[in-house]
Design a protein around this ligand. Structure first.
Ligand SMILES: Cc1cc2nc3c(=O)[nH]c(=O)nc-3n(C[C@H](O)[C@H](O)[C@H](O)COP(=O)(O)OP(=O)(O)OC[C@H]3O[C@@H](n4cnc5c(N)ncnc54)[C@H](O)[C@@H]3O)c2cc1C
Length: 448
């Protein structure tokens, strides 16, 4: 039995590992990765004498997939949790605490917004439950249109955008309610009387459990373990150029005939590979747009007086170049224990690929100047690492859920073919682990 996985990011490597578990030693699994290394947008570099994640640096700890996978791979001791310090948001030219008890920044009441938005907006939020809400069950609109209409633009730009900018490198204007906030859409579909009521009904109960987890030595440890345990022939620098059906299975350029295929490539590549075999699914994948970003990691002297916060997120329209800072050595005790201070600056939002073309010098200068602005502290880096992510994050625009349903139903009609990836059911690493697992099960179904 011969199986090909196109794309060696986390989705593809999880699929390869799961296929080995499902099919056993007799399977010949080949992972074809276009770039010179596996991992896709997960990349652990080196800075200040230790590993530093320059793509994803965390995962949502409430979801079980990553801790369960670490356990399964014998890597449970790699799991680290954050310090519990809260982030700040830079809005209206000053730093203040990021509102608590929100759903992706959408508030459950006016209390947490005090100081962040003006008095008129606070009053508008307070009285929102008194205004009738019109929502057609099944509707989908961008998050900005919903939040601005109910709570005012300042809430969208100062409370919601800083969070969506981090998760999707997008903004409330580029992200749809139904795909990004499915529980909220469901509460609205059920007839919630107001947005306040809908948010309140879906907020998880207050908890002191850590929201995020991370890996002590970076994501590279997980990627290496998946590759080793998949016992696959992993070929880097090997782009899949085409996919066609045969009587028995599939033929892939450049490796020839296989019995089953998992496409774990970014949406536009998947669209291209599906064009001849599933034109409607291909069109659905082609409609998913991507956003580009850049991460600049700074190593600072240990006595840099960074605020006692996990990061500083930046609201829309503040005139800064960075969109967020993670104060990594404040957020992660294992990084603080190394000595020195570490900060990650993030740049780039959907529709503004500008920072991708800036030089390293321009990026580091912008990071240093903006970090000084938002912290009020003198910043003098001892070292830095720059990582560009062209098209690194899928935008979950309005209509995304329907597009993905169409894509998946088109692929489901083709036995031995499955898709996985961050553009399907969530951009986070846990969702990619789930997608890779589900794709392996679908592909293996024709083989076992
Ligand atoms: C800057 C940044 C920060 C992030 N932070 C977090 C975070 O803190 N927490 C979190 O949970 N998530 C985070 N994410 C999201 C998460 O990292 C990604 O969504 C996830 O890693 C994507 O994995 P993937 O395997 O689906 O896609 P990718 O990693 O994009 O992998 C796809 C692979 O396919 C390869 N490929 C492309 N074309 C071909 C071809 N023709 N043939 C063969 N191979 C091909 C690519 O080279 C790539 O390696 C972040 C993303 C970015 C960009």
């Amino acid at each position: 039995m011969r199986i090909a996985v196109a794309g060696g990011g986390i989705s593809g490597l999880v699929a390869a590992f799961r296929l080995r578990g499902l099919i056993g030693a007799q399977a010949r699994i080949t992972v074809l990765e276009a770039s010179p290394r596996t991992g896709g947008v997960l990349y652990t570099g080196e800075l200040a004498g230790g590993p530093v994640d320059l793509g994803a640096e965390a995962f949502v700890g409430r979801r079980p997939e990553v801790p369960a996978l670490l356990d399964e791979l014998g890597l449970a001791e790699q799991l680290v949790t954050p310090s519990g310090l809260r982030p700040l948001v830079w809005a209206g030219g000053r730093s203040q605490p990021l509102p608590e008890r929100t759903l992706m920044g959408i508030p459950s009441g006016p209390e947490s917004l005090a100081g962040l938005v003006d008095a008129d907006t606070l009053e508008w939020v307070r009285t929102e439950p008194e205004r009738p809400l019109e929502w057609a069950a099944g509707a989908d609109i961008d998050v900005f249109s919903l939040v601005a209409a109910r709570f005012g633009e300042q809430v969208a730009e100062r409370s919601v955008d800083p969070l969506l900018g981090g998760v999707y490198a997008g903004s409330s204007r580029s992200i749809g309610v139904r795909a990004a906030l499915p529980a909220l859409a469901a509460a609205l579909d059920r007839g919630a009387a107001s947005l306040t009521a809908a948010v309140t009904s879906v907020l998880p109960p207050p908890s002191t459990a850590p929201v995020f987890g991370g890996l002590r030595d970076g994501y590279r440890v997980l990627l290496d373990a998946l590759a080793a345990r998949a016992e696959a022939d992993i070929r880097t620098g090997a782009a899949v150029r085409s996919l066609a059906r045969t009587e028995r299975g599939w033929v892939l350029d450049p490796i020839g005939e296989v019995d089953a295929v998992v496409l774990a490539t970014p949406a536009p590549v998947t669209a291209r590979l599906l064009a001849a075999v599933a034109p409607e699914a291909s069109a659905a994948a082609r409609a998913v747009e991507l956003s580009s970003s850049v991460v600049v990691a700074l190593a600072l002297p240990g006595d840099t007086a960074l605020p006692e916060n996990s990061g500083v997120l930046i609201a829309t329209g503040e005139g800064l170049r960075a969109k967020a800072f993670t104060l990594s050595s404040r957020k992660w005790p294992h990084l603080a224990a190394r000595g020195g201070a570490l900060v990650r600056a993030s740049f780039g939002r959907f529709g503004d690929p500008g920072p991708l073309s800036w030089t390293d010098h321009e990026l580091v200068t912008a990071a240093v100047e903006d970090l000084r602005t938002v912290t009020g502290v003198a910043i003098a880096p001892d070292g830095f690492a720059v990582q560009r992510w062209p098209g690194g994050l899928a935008q979950y625009a309005p209509g995304h859920t329907e597009r993905i349903a169409e894509l998946e139903s088109g692929v489901a009609r083709l036995p031995g073919l499955a898709v996985a990836g961050a553009y399907l059911h969530g951009v986070g690493v846990p969702a990619c682990v789930a997608a890779g697992t589900a794709a392996a099960e679908r592909a293996a179904a024709v083989l076992v």
